[in-house]
Each structure stands twice: as C-alpha cells, then as structure tokens.
Write a protein that binds this ligand. Structure first.
Ligand code: HAM
Length: 422
C-alpha cells in the first residue's frame, strides 16, 4: 500500500475552524432572515435517482450532459446521482409526501451540491447552496417578494456592489414558437455554427444563444428574439413584478439574454451578480418554474425559487473586509495532581451547567505552562485547583485581565466566576 499523503478530492474543500466561524455566523443570519418571511426548513437526501435530474434539469444541459456525479449502486444496480442542485429534490419530496395540494409551501434547504466542473476561484465540485422555494403560488407577488428578500439579505449582510439582472422566458407556447424560429434561423446559417452549436441545434437551440464563441456572436445577435413571441399574460406578469420592485426601490437591469442553465424555468428569471469576484460573479440565481412539479410526476403546480452560492457570498463578504471576532472562552480550568484533576472536571461541568464556555486543561504540565495556555485562550477567568484546594473542596479564581486571585468554596464558585465575568 502506498503511504503518500492523501488529499481531498479536487474541487472539494475543507472548511477549517477559522473560516467555519464565518459559515456559522452566516447560517444564523440566513436562518433568521428566512424565518422572517415564513419559510420552513426541509432536508432532502444528497443522493437521488439519476432520472430525477434528467427529467427536471433537462437532458441537454451542461449539468446533465457532463457535470453530474452519477454511478450505479454496486449492490442493486440502481442509477444514482449526487445532487447537483436542490430544486428537483425539493419538488420530488413535496410530491412524495403530498405537502402541496392542501396549502402552498414556502420552503428552504441548505447543504452541499456536486457538479463536475473545472475548478477555479468561486467554482467548485462540491459547493454549498441555500435554496428557497415557494410552491403553489402563481401570481407575480411571490416572484417580487423573493427578489425583495434577496435585497434585504444583501443589505443585512452589508454587501455592496451586487446588481440584479432580470428577464422573462414567457410560457410554453411562446417558447415553442421561439424554438422553432431559432432552429430554422440557425439551419439557414449552418455553415457558421461550431460543433457544440451544431450538436444542440435540434435538441436545445436556446443554449446556442449562450455560446461565448466570438465567431458566432454576430449570428447570435441577429437571431429571433423570445421577447417578440411573448404572450400578453406573461408580459403582464413580468410588468407587475417590475412595478413591485420599483415600488420597493429595488434597482434592476433587464437582460434579454439571461436564459439560465437549467431547463425548468418559465416567466421570471433573475441573477444577482457582482463585479468583485472575477469570472464567477453570480452569487444567487433563480426564477419561476411552473412546469417542474408536473414534470416530476405531480398535478401541475406553479412554483418559484432561487439558490445562493454560499462560497461566493462568503468570498464577497471577505472581499468587503468582513472579519469576525473569535468565539469567546469564559473560563480556563487549570489543575495539578490526581485529586485536583477529578475536582477540576466536576467544576468544569458545573460551570457549563450555568451556560459558561469552559476549557478544561488537558495534557498535564506545570501551573506556569497551563496559565500561559489560559492566557492564550482569551478566557476572562482562570480557575486554579491544586491538591491543596482539592482537599478543602475549594478553588482559586483569577481574573485574567488583572486583579486579585480569590479562593472560594466549590459551592460558591459559579457565583464568583459570574460576578467576575460581568
Ligand atoms: P444555479 O444557477 O445552477 O441554480 O446555482 C445557483 C447558485 O449556486 C449560483 O448562482 C452560484 O452562486 C452557485 N453555484 C453554482 N455552481 C457552483 C459551483 N460549481 N461552485 C460554486 N458555486 C456554485 C440552481 O441551482 C437552481 N436550483 C436555483 C433555483 C432554485 N431555481 C429555482 N429554485
């Protein structure tokens, strides 16, 4: 067996304690924010049947074609996939447990997602999303509310330099008309298509519009526009979303080429982008997906949602100079001798009963070296127990910021420590 040092899988990151502090803080902020809009938590498995993502996200998308971690269960041959996103799983769960048809649902989830992309700054193979889904709502009010929610979170987190891009994809009929026109347009200019575009011509011509190939930009710019095919209902829906955003002073930019990389969207789509993170500047994205519930096997139900990329958001916060104070330790318990050790561990539990944050020294060493550790821990108070104290069922308490050491009985220790901390 080789004994070379093992590394994490490429594109999958460890989140070390200093950084995890920021994650914990962020998760708490986000939870409060979600609850203030009445969203409830749902937790789905990380692994789903591959067929779910093929059906929901679309067979001819980058995610399904080349980015999914799919495998066959060696024990029973099932075709499984590590989830590349949460919307499909959420719709599946809501259907499976019949949550939807009695009352609409406002739901959120968070956790790792997996996509086999080329790793770079802001783009990972395991990354984390907070996903927010409202199922059973048809009107433009919920689209606008979800966008407003995002705006509120950015301001709560103190994020600057985030802008909103907005578009409408219309409904099925207009998209079919547009698709047919695109196919015929690109067929007329077949000689100008690259290999990718030729492959997608009949399966997903809309994705050709996303091509970054400079040689095709002129062709793409002159292609038939979805905006010319939109029905009145979809246009009115979009107008109302915009009017609501204006009423709340949420600035946006209409971007007609915003189509999203997942096939389930219709009507409103949006992305929040920043220029501060380089190429991976989309921190949050989503939109309406009225066809998805039916596509995964349910009765039709309107829905809309979005997901933010946690790594990108935290990178932006750090870019903006965010630093968090280290978590505080209230008490460091120093002890020497067998009896003292036993009492110290009892005393530490007693202090924790009173909700204090306590580090009990482990690993022996002289009083002097233990006191150095107490100092480095940032604790406000050291509790010192030697055999002398242990025999008398007492402990010494020393304020770390200066002040006299006092010796008290174990019964009054908690009160003494609390007084010194306050
Ligand atoms: P998405 O645009 O694929 O949408 O991903 C949402 C966000 O996840 C992106 O804007 C980005 O911040 C983050 N993200 C995506 N891929 C990566 C990656 N490889 N590394 C780091 N961050 C990444 C969805 O997933 C939809 N499910 C959103 C949605 C919810 N639509 C309706 N409901």
């Amino acid at each position: 067996m080789s004994n070379e040092t093992l590394q994490a899988v490429r594109g999958m990151n460890d989140i070390l304690p200093d950084e995890a502090e920021l994650w914990l803080w962020f998760e708490e902020e986000v939870r409060d924010w979600l609850h203030s809009y009445g969203y409830r938590n749902i937790r789905m498995p990380l692994v789903e049947p591959t067929a779910l993502f093929k059906r929901a996200i679309g067979e001819v998308t980058d995610i399904v074609e080349k980015e999914m971690y799919s495998f066959e269960d060696a024990l029973n041959g099932d075709h499984l996939t590590l989830r590349p996103e949460g919307t499909a799983s959420c719709a599946r769960a809501v259907l499976q447990h019949n949550l939807l048809y009695n009352a609409p649902q406002r739901l959120y989830y968070s956790g790792p997602m997996f996509r086999h992309e080329r790793p770079q700054k802001g783009r990972y193979r395991q990354f984390h999303q907070v996903g927010v889904e409202a199922l059973g709502f048809a009107g433009p009010d919920i689209d606008a509310e979800q966008i407003l929610m995002c705006a509120r979170l950015w301001s709560k987190l103190g994020l600057r330099d985030v802008t909103l891009q907005l578009n409408t994809l219309g409904d099925t009929a207009s998209r079919h008309r547009h698709r047919a026109k695109l196919i015929s347009y690109f067929e007329q200019h077949r000689d100008m298509l690259d290999a990718d575009a030729t492959r997608r011509l009949h399966s997903n011509p809309l994705r050709i519009l996303d091509s970054k190939n400079p040689a095709m930009q002129e062709l793409i710019a002159a292609a038939p526009r979805l905006a010319d095919e939109l029905e009145e209902d979809a246009l009115r829906h979009f107008d109302e979303v915009q009017a609501m955003l204006r009423r709340h002073d949420v600035a946006f930019e209409i971007n007609p080429s915003l189509v999203r990389g997942l096939d389930y969207y219709n009507r409103t789509v949006f992305e929040w982008v920043t220029a501060s993170l380089g190429a991976q500047g989309t921190i949050c994205a989503g939109g309406r997906y009225d066809g998805l519930v039916e596509q995964v096997g349910g009765k039709p139900a309107p829905a809309t949602g979005f997901a933010m990329g946690v790594e990108r958001l935290l990178a932006l916060l750090q870019e903006d100079g965010m630093v968090l104070p280290k978590p505080e330790v209230d008490v460091y318990v120093v002890h020497q001798g067998e009896l003292a050790g036993q009492l110290a561990s009892k005393v530490a539990e007693q202090l924790r009963d009173d909700r204090l944050r306590v580090l009990l020294h482990c690993g022996g060493g002289s009083f002097k070296s233990q006191m150095k550790k107490a100092d480095a821990s940032g604790a406000s108070v050291a509790v010192v127990i030697g055999d002398d104290e242990a025999q008398a069922n007492e402990a010494s308490v020393k304020p770390m910021q200066g002040g006299d050491q006092v010796r008290v009985s174990v019964q009054t220790l908690v009160a003494t420590v609390n007084k010194l901390i306050k």
